[in-house]
Design a binder for this molecule. Sequence first.
Ligand code: BUP
Length: 462
Amino acid sequence: QDRGAPHVVFIPSAGMGHLFPFFRFITALSSHDVDISVVTVLPTVTTAEADHFAALFTALPRIRRINFNLLPLDASAFPGADPFFLRWESLRRSAHLLGPLLAGATPSMSAVITDVTLASQVIPIVKDELHLSCHILFPSSTTMLSVCAYFPTYLDGANADHVVSDVDVPGVRRFTKATLPQALHDPNNLFTKQFVANGRGFTKADGFLLNTFEALEPEAIAALRGGKVIPCFPPVFTVGPLKSMIPAESEKAGAGSPMAWLDEQPARSVVYVAFGNRCAVTLDQIREIAAGLEASSFRFLWVLKTTVVDREDTVELKDVLGDGFLERTQGRGLVTKAWVDQEAVLNHPAVGLFLSHSGWNSVLEAAVGGVPLLAWPRLGDHHVNATAMVSGGVGVWMEHWSWDGEDRLVSGEEIGEKLKEVMADETVRARVAKVREEAAKAVDEGGSTYRSMQEFVAKLKA
Ligand code: BUP
């Protein structure tokens, strides 16, 4: 190891939407003469997370793993809570153990990069106990970061009674109550408490690493940098679009794989459907999506999830999709419950449209691939991301489509019609093609992302 190379310790949290930006940023940073360790919690919540941790450590053997054993958490105290929120809470409650663990790291550490879900717990340990710099890698949109940063001020201000309605984030935009993460409507919700505590700690961080680029979210980036959202916001480094360089073993393309199937399809003919790796879709809505795809007459690739945690998804596709669907669409469509390399799918010339939940990694991957995104946001940050996705020019948001149960199913007919409309919309396609160019420019030598990365590395080495 080079004398003087800074030793950076990463503290990721859980869920592929949070882990991918970490894995991608770690890979990018590893080419910069920086010594890297990664705090790892095993077992992971999902198989996908375990596979991708393994792929990271295999591809980059110089990276050290710091095993972190969590204190047990009584899940019965949080009835119905999402397993990822439980893991975040567990990480937060065990965070005090990180001080001694990190103090013993060799070589001694120079900087910490933490996931935002742990910010309020980790920052005091890193800054006050270990006297090191602490940056936050934010896995969602910068627009969502502006909401996180402003929300505590909003609650403290006109809302002493803690009733949440629309939130007007200075310098960014007004978010309707329905656009905010549902949990924020209830200030006593576990997620809301984590969210507010983290937001209150933001100004103590040494900076933010953001998976975005200047041309995609100019208002939110400028508003944070200019102190409009909250005063004294720390430096912001735009380091996106972050890209994978190491596929997991499970997603290597081979005969019969989705990638091999895409190779056989005409250019821009395929609708890709995926709602992230923890959005389970109800049986009734699955049947409507199936009807919509069938009615659209397009070719399609559909990653179908019926459970929040992948290893619990044991149903048979034919049972879920109903009588004859797979037979009727054979050759024209591919439905899979397996993990696919979505980034590669969205870069494949056969893909012409992406029906998505608007998870931020998905939005960035669509932008990089130049594939129009038809957003059907589900929960959490998805609606806020959809606002950023539309203003950034990546696609179209179906604002009235919800996921709220039987009485509000989106019909197959409507889905089919919308797919046809957006697939034929040359204006939407031209806009996302332009965004794709801007994304490429940002990462090229001299581009805004390239410069931000250089600045960040220089800061680490200073
Ligand atoms: Br499903 C699936 N392959 O089969 P988002 C997802 N992904 O590569 P959200 C695959 O997971 P979470 C699959 O490309 C994206 O990078 C996808 O992150 C990848 O969604 C990531 O889009 C999902 O930010 O993820 O909802 O934030 O569900 O883990 O919170």
